[in-house]
Design a protein around this ligand. Structure first.
Ligand code: 13P
Ligand code: SF4
Length: 305
């Protein structure tokens, strides 16, 4: 098995060189995909890398909105996805028309949208944000009378509590993160009383309230590395645990719930990366008019952080 993995890994390396490509992988990707990647990261880090790279081709191992974000920031690069059907159900919970209607109902409101949205939705936003910087973005809007925050109602709840702002929110959520229940965390804490509890802000508020730290996936990686603690309960999609263990071989990581698996994040395989590089598809390209408008909301976010 290990031999087969390395054969595929070598093939990927060879094709990457031939195509002048880089592989970006989100922290929830399968272990072998994370290992094949040039960069692993959270949504913010991957968009920054996509904006800066000199490579001609970006192979995006994540979900559709992430590849779209890479295409928005790097229009001259060819962005390809090994599995174009890897979508984000939360991003699909809000259409551009829904947001236009909400804006029409609240004409004075400033609109902030989580990066987990389509390019069409981003084109309607004033500010984009990620789980790393949502609180910072909302804190900048001190003089705005009203704020619309979409699509994640649980991230919105976390931001409201942190900033003291009441916002107009959409009824979206991550179907994977809501699978982590307060009783799961309670149970893990019982088994591992000295473990620090790290939780993603997409989790249920009852779970967030039990955390020692509420963090994005890469912030969790940093926290685990820098903390003096040696045991951690990880309240996010289980793919991150592979990275945490690899980066910190002397520390222990316990998933809060093994059932927190995002099926879309697991669609990408090494074989599909090879086909993508051989056939140079499927390409993700955002139409220029939408791209320009969507980019403004991302640029405003990047100016803040
Ligand atoms: P981050 O990696 O930015 O924390 O995002 C988590 C997530 O659910 C991405 O879809
Ligand atoms: Fe979307 Fe949740 Fe999967 Fe992230 S983990 S891609 S938010 S469904």
């Amino acid at each position: 098995m290990a031999k087969e993995t390395s054969v595929l890994g070598n093939k990927i390396k060879e094709l990457k060189k031939k195509r002048n490509a880089i592989i970006l992988a989100h922290n929830y990707q399968l272990p072998e995909v994370q290992d094949a990647a040039d960069y692993r990261g959270d949504s913010l880090e991957l968009s920054r890398i996509a904006a800066k790279t000199d490579a001609e081709v970006i192979v995006f191992c994540g979900v559709y909105f992430m590849a779209e974000t890479a295409s928005i920031l790097s229009p001259d690069k060819k962005v390809i996805m090994p599995d174009i059907n890897a979508g984000c159900p939360m991003a699909n919970m809000l259409k551009a028309d829904d947001l236009k209607k909400l804006k029409a109902e609240h004409p004075k409101a400033v609109t902030v949208g989580y990066v987990n949205t389509s390019a069409e939705v981003k084109a309607e936003l004033d500010y984009c944000c990620t789980s790393t910087n949502a609180v910072a973005v909302v804190n900048v809007l001190k003089n705005s009378e009203e704020i619309i925050f979409v699509p994640d109602k649980y991230l919105a709840d976390f931001v409201e509590k942190k900033t003291g702002r009441k916002m107009i929110i959409w009824n979206g959520f991550c179907p994977t993160h809501i699978k982590i229940l307060p009783e799961d965390v309670k149970c893990e804490k019982k088994f591992h009383p000295f473990a620090k509890v790290m939780v993603h802000p997409e989790c249920l508020p009852q779970v967030v309230s039990m955390a020692d730290a509420v963090l994005s996936t890469s912030q969790m990686a940093k926290f685990a590395k820098e903390s003096e603690a040696t045991e951690f309960i990880v309240g996010t999609e289980i793919g991150l645990v592979y990275r945490l263990k690899k980066d910190n071989p002397k520390k222990e990581f316990y998933p809060a719930a093994e059932r927190a698996v995002c099926p879309n994040m697991k669609r990408t395989t090494e074989e599909k990366i090879i086909s993508a590089l051989e056939e140079m598809k499927e390409e993700v390209k955002v139409p220029e008019d939408i791209r320009k408008r969507a980019k403004k909301s991302i640029d405003r976010m990047l100016e803040i952080v």
